[in-house]
Design a protein around this ligand. Sequence first.
Ligand code: SAM
Length: 216
Amino acid sequence: MFEDNYKLRGLRNKLVKKLREKGIRNEAVLRAIATVPRHVFFENALIEHAYQDKAFPIGEGQTISQPYTVAFQTEKLEIKPGDKVLEIGTGSGYQACVLLELGAKVYTIEYNRRLHELAKDLLPRLGYKPYFFHGDGSKGLPHKAPFDKILVTAGAPVVPRALTDQLAENGILVIPVGDREKQTMLQIRKHNGELTTTEFANFAFVPLLGQAGWKI
Ligand code: SAM
């Protein structure tokens, strides 16, 4: 149904080599990226772009994140098999596939109905089965909380309180926070109910919308 071949696998391995050179060290994350066929998220005419290390438009003004960004955020989540993970911003669904490859149980929420429907249709056909939700992920997913890990894949103006509340003890939240153009990647850990934040490099994400996000 979806073609994968020697050439595409070769391009994926080249991408993994590039991510390694850029500093991604977690072998399980690199293996997941070597496994998920990123080209199926692209139209046929654009397949040559699939294994370049760059973000790409997926319609509705949104993007599939740059592979380096996916690898960086996933590494900072320190996923263990069986972790219950909330992803905010399903987008194409690619990041959810990477999390599933790592053995996580994935809950993914998307604000844009069309993108939500597209991912909900595509991923099961590839054999990837996260739980899909449509709505405002800046409020988290209170009826499914707590989560071992929470990943925000859109740029937030602040850390939404709902998300730290829905983080399990010893949990990790990874979220880019800043202004509309540029955000700092934060890794927030909860230990004995206390939050500790580590700051990483700057990234540029599309804005997080909704109650705790940017107003359009
Ligand atoms: N993780 C995605 C992937 O693998 O393709 C990339 C996500 S894209 C950079 C950011 C996504 O966040 C967009 O699809 C956007 O519609 C979504 N988004 C923005 N605000 C949101 C909110 N409050 N709740 C859920 N999704 C939101």
